[in-house]
Design a protein around this ligand. Structure first.
Ligand SMILES: Cc1cc2nc3c(=O)[nH]c(=O)nc-3n(C[C@H](O)[C@H](O)[C@H](O)COP(=O)(O)O)c2cc1C
Length: 191
């Protein structure tokens, strides 16, 4: 079973990464490895809505880091998206990658070629952390993540969202978050 993860926070060792690493720890303890993409460190150009993928499902950009991400998305059985809440949604780093999946939207919905299910089905996990008490940012992020997951032929995903977690590392003081991230990782790869 192939597992990939996207870190959408620019703050290394911040709340999102701490949760992601806890989920990954559980997956690795199940005997699997996880390929993690640190989106802030990658070269990803924004979608231009140029129509270049309309007939082919292939993006006009061939030389940036989305090439490796497209390959990874196609061949993964489990996909984790993690992001802080930024202005009531996912971070720009996460959204940049998601928008570049427009060519996969064309491929699935216009060219009618969804990514095959593989032997283990395709499942997702969304991890989000926001500093505010309100959970509207998590809700909006979840809606964006749902569009992303369905586009890349992931029909179901679980969402772990935490509010009122702002300072770097504050998630460690949350009564249940780290445990829940670990359990979500275990559950994600259960066969
Ligand atoms: C640009 C920016 C925008 C933010 N917008 C929101 C927001 O709309 N809602 C919210 O709950 N928190 C917001 N926050 C707070 C972060 O979500 C919070 O600090 C989170 O713990 C950061 O996670 P990280 O440590 O993984 O980066 C924002 C932070 C930044 C830097």
């Amino acid at each position: 079973m192939k597992v990939i993860a996207f870190l959408g926070s620019p703050r290394r060792d911040g709340n999102t990464e701490l949760l992601l690493k806890e989920a990954i720890k559980a997956i690795e303890e199940s005997g699997l490895s996880v390929q993690t993409f640190v989106l802030n460190e990658l070269d990803i150009l924004p979608c231009q809505n140029c129509g270049g993928c309309d007939d082919t499902g292939t993006c006009i950009y061939e030389d940036d880091d989305m090439s490796q991400i497209y390959d990874a998305i196609r061949t993964a059985d489990r996909i984790i998206l993690s992001s802080p809440v930024f202005f009531f949604s996912v971070s720009a780093q996460a959204k940049l990658m998601i928008d570049r999946c427009q060519c996969m939207w064309i491929e699935k919905y216009i060219l009618k070629k969804p990514i095959p299910e593989g032997n283990h089905g395709r499942k997702g996990l969304l991890i989000m952390v926001g500093g505010m008490k309100k959970d509207i940012g998590i809700q909006c992020g979840d809606t964006t993540a749902k569009a992303f997951f369905r586009t890349i032929s992931v029909p179901e995903h679980k969402t772990l969202g935490y509010t009122s977690v702002d300072e770097k590392g504050a998630i460690l003081k949350h009564p249940t978050a780290m445990k829940e991230a670990y359990e979500a990782g275990k559950e994600l790869v259960k066969t």
